[in-house]
Write a protein that binds this ligand. Structure first.
Ligand code: GRF
Length: 194
């Protein structure tokens, strides 16, 4: 399957997906890494690894035009599925509808807990003993689509948002490639474009 990845920054989850794709039994290849931030570190990493990249800042553009540019790049790359990896922008309902069932996201909490931002600080403030990350299908509602996989980590007594985030991120790098591979293997009958 032809997978595109959308990022906004560091791109460590994107890199984990790319690295996993070299396994002989991996069901996807990464055909495009696109970013809303032309300076995203992950874009340079992807280009260095021989992957096609695309950057389009949304600044000064109506959202529909910005997304049309992304969509054109995705189509040109022949993308069949999209993985959001630290992509910090909400996709419009129209974009989600066009790619329905074909977009996944990784979120640094045990959904349905802590949708949105600052998940680690919120888990610490709540006194949670366990934190983690979730991979889910993207729907119009933020961080609310069907769960495809989760991984847990313990919260330790001295944790700060940074130390907890680092422990969760390690699990993200394992969970995301594994879950995306399982998800795409399940596509053997194909799912139609709407
Ligand atoms: C990760 O924690 C991911 O769960 C969240 O944003 C962060 C992105 O990190 N959605 P990276 O760009 O993949 O390194």
């Amino acid at each position: 399957r032809r997978l595109a990845i959308l990022i906004s920054g560091r791109g460590s989850n994107m890199a984990a997906l790319v690295e996993a794709s070299s396994a002989v039994d991996c069901p996807y290849e990464v055909v495009l890494v696109a970013s809303d931030k032309p300076a995203a570190a992950g874009l340079a990493w992807a280009a260095d690894h021989g992957i096609a990249t695309f950057a389009q800042s949304p600044k000064g553009l109506p959202k529909a035009e910005y997304e049309a540019a992304i969509n054109a790049a995705l189509r040109e790359a022949g993308a069949e599925a999209i993985a959001l990896a630290g992509y910090m922008r909400l996709l419009s309902d129209g974009f989600v509808a066009r790619w329905r069932g074909r977009i996944v996201n990784i979120h640094p909490s045990l959904l349905p807990k802590y949708k949105g931002l600052d998940t680690h600080a919120r888990a610490l403030a709540a006194g949670d003993a366990v934190a983690g990350c979730s991979v889910h299908l993207v729907t119009e509602e933020l961080d609310a689509g069907e769960l495809l996989g989760q991984a847990e980590v313990p919260v330790l007594p001295d944790d700060t948002a940074d130390t907890l985030s680092a422990r969760v991120l390690e699990q993200e790098h394992r969970l995301y490639p594994e879950t995306v591979a399982r998800w795409l293997r399940g596509w053997s009958d194909g799912i139609p474009f709407s």
